[in-house]
Design a binder for this molecule. Structure first.
Ligand code: FHN
Length: 572
């Protein structure tokens, strides 16, 4: 497996980083003039990233400024928003003080393009929200777009109204960004986080100078890595990106609740509470935090399904929070049944898929086990040791909730996460996924994290094995099959029309299967990756044990495909 994810931070950690590492679950709020437009302009609907509507709809600055005259969020209630965060089990909140549109959602003296000066609302919602949030023991922070500002002649990103060649970014920093950041860091109490975004226009030294000047105002505050130049107190991954294996240090995955950060009236693709709970477990199992976004509308209402599903998530956390808060990544890699998180002496098993035979296998667990129980209700569970494995009896009465958490209490030091252990494959699960990150590559094959979006701004990420174009370029996976039987072998990949139709082979358990790649979609020039699940073989496994799967082009040609994973399904 390529060590592409060895992002272990060697930089000295911020002295106040521990609360962040323990918090695990944050609330992102994108709220601005774009919320008033709700994804529509001149009777046309726009999709993805509602906060980008000024850019997507090509709205000139003078026209966009008029939106402020309609923005009157009379339904905004700071206590309701803060209580929702509390009920959801949220530990920190970050809200947009000024997004790319350039509009300040607080009472700014540095620019009169703000909610007090420019709207009929005439109040500053941020003071009330900061107080209500902190009163509930939740850290409060601001998002600030420090470089992209479509309202200002010297801000980045608006070449339609302003001549790029005449821009003076330093002037923008000096006249707006820095004064506003200082307003935010001196006028709203102690901030847990300052969340920067889309950095630019500053050298590393200038960025460090900005950080130092702002940290002097709020030394306890944590700055996100999108301050730029590889700096910041913790790492933010890309939008909607979770690393495929554990990452040490303090980091965060950020996700939209539907497909947009800012409110879009016609975007109803909300993640259910099951999806949120399982996403949170997956992110925590890699050692990071999930900051989930909500986009309130122009009247100050948080969407109905955001309230519903955040509250349901909070109910699950009220019972199972011990398996999330204050944990680090689990040392048992992802299994067909789910993922793991850990605390000293405890391993939490997040069972997202129950084994059909009721026997849950925990591989390579050599520590002395003292107790195994279901976290909800603390019901002791029977278990036995099979050599290096622990097998836990799952009661048939165990409910089909979003995530059944089991706890293994053990003695001794936790073993290191074994990045090279074979991926478990079993007849007890409908699907066994062998992800690209577990490939050992040869020749020119390489494992790459790919970003793409189906429509504006709804970024997706896939880790794939790419650049396989000759028989020397191969992807090899080590799997441990725990139940003999027939397995259907399925390849999940993207393959552009120009590259499709090439022949390749898959070797496994002494057999060699051939297949021709099927076309999915063009994916150059930013077009989205579309993946197909292509069944290529059925293979009979007579004995349990470790097997390798090797995939390679059969002849020299163009890139075979972008392989996302191998899937093995019991063939019944
Ligand atoms: O352009 C912004 C976008 O509008 C949104 O704020 C996201 C949140 O992570 N940040 C930028 C795109 O990554």
């Amino acid at each position: 497996m390529d060590e592409m994810w060895d992002k272990n931070s060697t930089a000295k950690e911020h002295p106040n980083i521990q609360w962040f590492k323990d918090a695990k679950f944050g609330l992102f709020i994108h709220w601005g003039l774009y919320s008033q437009l709700a994804g529509k302009w001149n009777n046309k609907r726009y999709y993805g990233s509602g906060e980008w509507i000024m850019f997507q709809a090509g709205i000139p600055v003078k026209e966009y400024e008029q939106v402020a005259k309609e923005f009157n969020p009379v339904n905004f209630n700071a206590d309701e928003w803060a209580q929702l965060a509390k009920d959801a089990g949220i530990k920190y909140m970050v809200i947009t003080a000024k997004h790319h549109e350039g509009f300040a959602m607080y009472d700014s003296k540095a620019s009169d393009f703000n909610i007090v000066e420019a709207t009929p609302y005439k109040k500053d919602p941020m003071k009330a929200l900061a107080d209500a949030t902190r009163k509930r023991g939740i850290k409060f922070g601001f998002y600030y777009s420090q470089f992209v500002d479509w309202h200002e002649p010297n801000g980045a990103g608006n070449e339609r109204d302003f001549d790029e060649s005449k821009k003076n970014y330093q002037l923008y920093y000096d006249q707006k960004a820095i004064p506003q950041l200082k307003e935010l860091l001196t006028g709203y109490g102690p901030l847990g986080i300052v969340w920067f975004d889309l950095p630019g226009g500053l050298t590393k030294a200038e960025t460090q100078k900005l950080i130092d000047s702002l940290h002097a105002l709020q030394p306890q505050s944590l700055f996100s890595s999108r301050v730029g130049q590889g700096l910041g107190d913790y790492k933010d991954f890309g939008d909607s990106e979770v690393p495929p294996v554990p990452i040490k240090g303090a980091w965060e995955s950020i996700y939209t609740h539907n497909d947009s950060w800012g409110y879009i009236e016609h975007d109803m693709n909300f993640k259910t509470s099951t999806e949120i709970i399982q996403l949170l477990a997956n992110v925590a199992s890699k050692g990071g935090n999930l900051m989930l976004n909500v986009g309130p509308d122009g009247k100050g209402n948080i969407p109905f399904y955001s309230i519903k599903y955040l509250k349901e998530t909070g109910k699950w956390l009220a019972v199972n929070g011990e398996s999330i808060y204050g944990t680090t990544y689990g040392f048992i890699p992802a299994q067909p049944w789910g993922v793991t998180t850990a605390k000293p002496g405890k391993l939490f098993l997040h069972v997202l898929n129950k084994p059909q035979n009721g026997k849950l296998l925990v591989p390579d667990f050599t520590n002395q086990v003292s107790n195994v129980y279901a976290l909800d209700g603390k019901r002791k569970l029977n278990f036995k040791r099979n050599d290096k494995d622990i097998v836990i009896d799952i009661p048939s009465s165990t409910g089909a909730t979003a995530n059944n958490v089991l706890v293994i209490e053990y003695s001794g030091a936790p073993p290191a996460y074994n990045a090279t252990s074979p991926v478990t494959v079993s007849q007890q699960y409908e699907t066994n996924r062998v992800d690209a990150i577990f490939s050992t590559n040869s020749g020119k094959a390489k494992t790459t994290s790919l970003g793409y979006s189906h429509y504006f701004g709804d970024w997706k990420h896939a880790t794939c094995v790419t650049s396989m174009a000759t028989p020397d370029d191969a992807a090899t996976f080590q799997i441990r099959i725990t139940d003999p039987g027939d397995y259907k072998v399925i390849l999940e990949y993207a393959c552009s029309p120009a590259n499709a139709g090439q022949e390749a082979s898959l070797e496994m358990a002494g057999e060699k299967f051939f297949f021709k790649t099927l076309r999915t979609s063009e994916y150059s020039n930013g077009a989205p990756l579309l993946f197909i699940q292509h069944p290529v073989a059925i293979t009979k496994i007579e004995r349990t044990g470790v097997y390798s799967i090797t995939i390679r082009p059969d002849q020299k040609g163009s890139e075979l495909f972008k392989l996302k994973r191998v899937i093995l399904e019991p063939a019944k």
